[in-house]
Design a protein around this ligand. Structure first.
Ligand code: BES
Ligand code: ZN
Length: 635
């Protein structure tokens, strides 16, 4: 009997450990937990490194275990510990072997009663979480620029810390830069601080390490509302302020739905074009790509998305990268609700329909294990495991809950969920337990219609998954069909009156008509298979001239068009394709273009020729992905 109890105990401990263990971190927070980070460093543009010291305040439940930190390519000079945070004494440390994905553990044995650990170090010029831009890569062309990107596991390449989203810290920072440049962080920024090259920051709310962020450059600030504003280079700031002028309205709309915005200010930093993502939800200061500056506010759903993370992600955080869908699925759902509140239902419906099609296309290419919301990323680089599944399948799951339980009830549920888990990091299992208790068990008749386990643990989409449609898109398809049947010329497609989303739908619809059906080798039925190259080129040219696609300044339209141009061998767009790949570093755009080029031998050659020139301007995160795709070996 005693043995059985013991067995049960061991099994329980094992289960708890499995739940709490983050396979992408070496840290041991259950024994030693970092509570506060104090960063003090110089930004050395000439050497492309940060150099300084990080002081960690720790809390211990074990008096014997060492502190285990995550690092990647850091040069550790020396380590000190302190029992009072005042007097520091030298300490020993060891840097373990480097893992390609995880980096190297830094082990620091702790003397009795130690409460503070200080690490003197510098970063390496190739740090995965930093990008150093030459003046030529900025709008101003005069000054260099640097920025961090810590999500998912890149904070460890510029700060030695417990780099797991399960650990939350407050932080202070003192950053020294060249005198004329401004430093901004995901913390309290003072827009009127004197430009003296010495900047101090404070983040009082506990946040996970992937949200620690820093950028340095020739930056200006413009206010957008009482607690909203934008930073950008002087050449971009006016355009940015005009494009983002609805930001305050978005904050108000989100508060109405999900409760108070708890971070004080909400500012946006518009980065140079090499920023590898569309946006990054760094608290108090969203980082954004300049490719959303379309001139007509048509791409600002990205701001709705990053703002929504102030609730889903930054307030309630995924505890491990397996639980990433808790961040992104919730955020896409919130993003569409914000869109609906600010721009109306038609616009939100279009975005949802575009999202569903992207998801369906991706599901056609994914292995089963990557179609699961509670995805197993063990042994894999989390940057590579990210697909539309956590985003769009996650959002569809929440939409299904909304539709089943009713919007009023579901809104109340979500609001109480954000309150209940505010400033905590949670697992999928914790969410499911809360869902069961606060929604499913209260309304069993409705709950019976939601196959929760299938949504979370199975590949593909459940048969009951909602299928968002857009009435506007149906009208777009009518026009496209008339043109494809030769009933009207392309100039009569009323695209000038359409939104960007309708035009995007037109392009995707036309592409699906031009593309041979996926069942290659099967009987050729659709007219598309009979289209020869001359016909294809004629149709593409006609559409191009009618809608000015090759010269479009809207990045989403340009991307979709360039992708189609490769697929249809439409050569007049090739110079624009090259220019696009040489000037934009957003991975979502450039990676598919290179992948599409690489499908034919001539294309692969062109891809390599362009990549050879563009690669030095891309971010390490984009380079890692595209190196693999193109089997780049350093030619
Ligand atoms: N947090 C993500 C960006 C991210 C995810 C960075 C994973 C590193 C690892 C951000 O909120 C995001 O989802 N950005 C999207 C835009 C959004 C509108 C879907 C992007 O960058 O494309
Ligand atoms: Zn996101």
């Amino acid at each position: 009997m005693r043995q059985m109890v013991y067995c049960f105990f061991v099994l329980m401990m094992f289960a708890i450990n499995v739940v709490a263990q983050d396979s992408h971190s070496y840290a041991n927070p259950s024994a030693v937990r970092v509570r506060h980070v104090d960063l003090d460093c110089d930004v050395l543009f000439d050497q492309k490194i940060l150099k300084g010291a990080t002081t960690l305040t720790i809390e211990r439940t074990s008096q014997t275990e060492p502190l285990l930190l995550d690092t990647r390519d850091l040069k550790i000079e020396r380590v000190e510990t302190s029992v009072d945070g005042l007097k520091y004494t030298p300490a020993t440390f060891t840097v373990g072997t480097n893992d390609k994905i995880l980096g190297a553990p830094l082990t620091i044995p702790l003397p009795a009663r130690a409460t503070h650990v200080r690490i003197h170090y510098s970063t390496s010029p190739g740090a995965s979480g930093l990008q150093w831009l030459d003046p030529a890569q900025t709008a101003g062309k005069k000054d260099p620029f640097m920025f961090t990107q810590s999500q998912a596991i890149h904070a460890r390449s510029w700060i030695p810390l417990q780099d797991t989203p399960a650990v939350r810290v407050t932080y202070n920072a003192r950053i020294r830069t060249p005198r004329n440049l401004l430093a901004v962080m995901s913390a309290e920024n003072d827009a009127r601080t004197p430009l003296d090259g010495d900047y101090s920051f404070r983040m009082r709310q506990p946040i996970p390490s992937y949200l620690i962020a820093l950028a340095v450059g020739d930056l200006r600030f413009r206010s957008l509302g009482p607690r909203t504003g934008v930073y950008a280079e002087p050449q971009v700031i006016d355009r940015a302020a005009r494009e983002l002028s609805d930001t305050e309205r978005m904050v108000v709309a989100t508060e109405r739905l999900y409760g108070p915005y708890r971070w004080g200010r909400y500012d946006i930093l518009v980065l140079p074009p090499s920023f590898p993502f569309g946006g990054m939800e760094n608290p108090r200061l969203t980082f954004a790509t300049p490719t959303i500056l379309a001139g007509d506010k048509s791409l600002v759903s990205l701001i709705a998305h990053e703002l929504a993370h102030s609730w889903s992600g930054n307030l309630v955080t995924n505890a491990t990268w397996r639980d990433f869908w808790l961040n992104e699925g919730f955020t896409v759902y919130l993003e569409r609700r914000i869109q609906e509140a600010v721009y109306g239902r038609a616009r939100a419906a279009m975005e949802a329909a575009l999202g569903l099609r992207d998801l369906q296309e991706e599901l056609d290419t994914l292995e089963d294990r990557d179609e699961i919301l509670h995805v197993d990323l063990k042994g894999r680089d989390p940057d590579e495991g990210f697909t539309d599944v956590p985003y769009e399948k996650g959002a569809l799951f929440l939409l299904h809950l909304e539709q089943t339980f009713g919007r009023a009830r579901f809104d109340r549920f979500l609001r109480s969920y954000f309150d209940h888990f505010a400033f905590q990091s949670i697992t999928t299992e914790q969410f499911l337990a809360y869902l069961k208790q606060n929604l499913l068990d209260r309304y069993p008749a409705q709950a019976a219609q939601v196959p929760v386990d299938e949504w979370i643990y199975k590949a593909g989409l459940p048969a009951v998954a909602p299928k968002p449609t857009s009435a506007a898109f149906a009208r777009v398809e009518e026009q496209a069909k008339r043109w494809l049947r030769g009933e009207i010329p392309a100039t009569q497609i009323p695209a000038a009156r359409w939104t960007t989303q309708e035009r995007l739908h037109l392009l995707k619809f036309v592409q699906s008509a031009l593309e041979p059906p996926p069942s290659a080798g099967g009987p050729a039925d659709a007219s598309a298979t009979q289209l020869n190259q001359t016909e294809r080129t004629r149709l593409m040219g006609e559409l191009d001239r009618a809608l000015n696609l090759t010269s479009s300044g809207n990045s989403e339209i340009a991307f979709q068009w360039l992708l189609m141009s490769i697929q249809n061998k439409y050569e007049p767009a090739y110079p624009r394709l090259e220019e696009f790949l040489l000037s934009v570093g957003r991975r979502k755009f450039i990676r598919p273009l290179y992948q599409e080029l690489a499908k034919t031998p001539e294309g692969a050659e062109r891809a390599l020729a362009i990549y050879r020139r563009a690669r030095p301007t891309y971010h390490p995160i984009a380079v890692t992905s595209i190196d693999q795709d193109l089997k780049w070996s350093g030619q």
